[in-house]
Design a protein around this ligand. Sequence first.
Ligand SMILES: [Zn+2]
Length: 156
Amino acid sequence: MLTLLSLLRLTPQVLPTSLDPTKLRELNLRSVNIVNFEGTKLKQFNCVGVSSNQHTFYTTRIWFSGLTLPISRAKPSIANSKVLVRCSCPAYFFYCVAANAKMKVQIQGNQFRRYVRKTPPPPTGYPQRNPSLLPCLCKHLVFTTQYLTRAGLIKS
Ligand SMILES: [Zn+2]
């Protein structure tokens, strides 16, 4: 299990555009749903955002575990709380799914569709995404992290 901070530190090696301030400024969240699992040390943030063209919605989910009780007052920490993450966007699918599943930082749920390569290998086709299988975040998960921090819902 990893923290959001460790994922943020690994992301530039895989998907540097996730941390591009220009791209992050184009994003916003339309809803933030907080689920406190009473009787457990688990808190979940389910967020829905829309892209700058206002046509593409994405859903991000971040689960924090090992929090202090009572769970309703627990404030997760980017640096210290263990996380699981997931996003509905194509970048998450192509860059993050395999690595995050391998490192057990991915929220289970509906299975992602099976990846089938449709283009020839380089130099003709695209290079392999995330060949070292480093766990990482898409820009939506980075933005969600920044948003929840600014809102005081999680600690930096
Ligand atoms: Zn995403």
